[in-house]
Design a protein around this ligand. Structure first.
Ligand code: ADP
Length: 399
């Protein structure tokens, strides 16, 4: 069975076609600049040369049409007809309180997705557009929605509520939802496999440190706390997002700078984080290089980032009353030995000891703690697409 995984952003679309008999990737690719000038499809078949087309791509439907054409193309394709796509799995950012797992997409689910738009106005509309375009182009192929929020629906009420009147939770659904759930779940499962211990018996802290970053406390396989909140703006400082701040800063700055609500939202999402502190870049590679060359603000941005991660790890150890392993994943977590070391060197009070030699690894699964360390430190490359393909396969084969 072949499963096409689709991740639609506002102007981009990422895809991977999996052969689920052995979970291999037949092809993957990216459509960029949808609706803009210079739109492009980059298609990478597993055993053939990379193929790129620059053409007008006014909307997501056209983007998916191009992807399908590339997949069945006699020269660059990997399947001989569209009939070989047996199911489609979509990444959906916000499932609100309606979804605690992945679902087969029917009319009722579409309605719930549309009802949740106000919770994720930037993310959910392109996800919905992708689903609608697939329905139009492949009406008979079953589609599954896999939600970034679903894994965190096990967080207990006392942890997901904010300190505001309860009526606002009831009226507007204001609460912590958490994101990156598919990634946290995937690395937690891999961690259990690496530790040869059932997930149900483990206390894990999973650190997804990429351009967007979040941390999750996973107890017995369930998310019990996570750093992102009502939106992906809360928690760690990120590439361009502020993360936790005193909420009074918002109105204070709006008054001082004369900003509208929209300008303020844009500011905290796009001009803050490590970009704002370093003044160099939102990309951690640029910041690490600048810091190496003596740029003090770049150094400060890295130090504050590590400080935030340590704060969250400490609080999650307290919440779970212990931790068996700390997992690092995503761009920075998988690749930056320096950042992992910087974070772990303050955790020796837990009996955690990082092995400096083993830690010089990147992009592969590894246990980078010393043999004596009481807490394991694991590097696990995330694979959200495979997780989406697995959920889609499981749901569709039971239909
Ligand atoms: P997202 O999916 O949120 O865009 P990624 O997981 O791809 O994020 O992570 C992107 C971040 O990871 C970037 O800030 C990038 O600089 C950082 N990163 C990638 N490789 C390295 C590396 N070798 N060293 C340090 N940071 C890295």
């Amino acid at each position: 069975m072949n499963v096409l995984v689709i991740n639609c952003g506002s102007s981009s679309l990422k895809y991977q076609l999996f052969d689920m008999t052995n979970e291999s990737v037949l092809a993957k690719g990216l459509v960029e600049r949808i609706g803009l000038e210079g739109a492009k499809l980059s298609h990478r078949p597993a055993k053939k040369d990379k193929y790129e087309v620059e053409t007008e791509i006014p909307n997501h439907e056209k983007a998916i049409e191009l992807v399908l054409k590339a997949l069945v193309d006699s020269e660059h394709g990997v399947i001989d007809s569209m009939e070989k796509i047996n199911a489609i799995g979509h990444r959906v950012v916000h499932g609100g309180e309606d979804f605690s797992g992945s679902v087969f997409i029917d009319e009722k689910v579409m309605k719930a997705l549309n009802d949740n738009i106000s919770l994720a106005p930037l993310h959910n509309p392109p996800n919905i557009m992708g689903i609608e375009a697939c329905k139009k182009l492949m009406p008979n192929v079953p589609q599954v929605g896999v939600f970034d929020t679903a894994f965190h629906q096990t967080i207990p009420k006392h942890a997901f509520l904010y300190g505001i009147p309860y009526e606002y939770y009831q009226k507007y659904k204001i609460r912590k939802y958490g994101f990156h759930g598919t990634s946290h779940k995937y690395v937690a499962q891999r961690a259990a496999a690496m530790l040869r211990t059932p997930l149900e018996k483990l206390k894990l802290i999973t650190c997804h440190l990429g351009n967007g970053a979040s941390i999750c406390a996973v107890e017995g396989g369930k998310s019990v706390e996570t750093s992102m909140g009502f939106t992906p703006l809360e928690g760690l400082m990120m590439g361009t997002r502020s993360g936790d701040i005193d909420p009074a800063i918002v109105s204070y700055l709006m008054e001082k700078e004369g900003w509208s609500m929209e300008e303020a939202t844009d500011f905290f999402n796009k001009r803050c984080g490590v970009l704002g502190i370093s003044g160099v870049s939102s990309d951690f590679r640029d910041i690490e290089s600048a810091a190496d060359e003596g740029n003090e603000r770049a150094q400060l941005a890295l130090e504050r980032f590590a400080h935030m991660v340590k704060k969250y790890i400490g609080s999650y150890v307290a919440i779970m009353n212990g931790v068996d392993a700390i997992v690092f994943t995503a761009g920075l977590g998988e690749n930056s030995a320096e950042m992992r070391y910087e974070i772990c060197k303050s955790l020796t009070y837990l009996g955690l000891e990082i092995d400096r030699d083993k830690n010089f690894t990147r992009g592969v699964e590894a246990d980078v703690s010393t043999d004596d360390s009481k807490v394991r430190v694991l590097v696990i490359p995330t694979n959200e697409e495979l997780m989406i393909a697995r959920d889609t396969y499981d749901i569709v084969t039971k239909l």
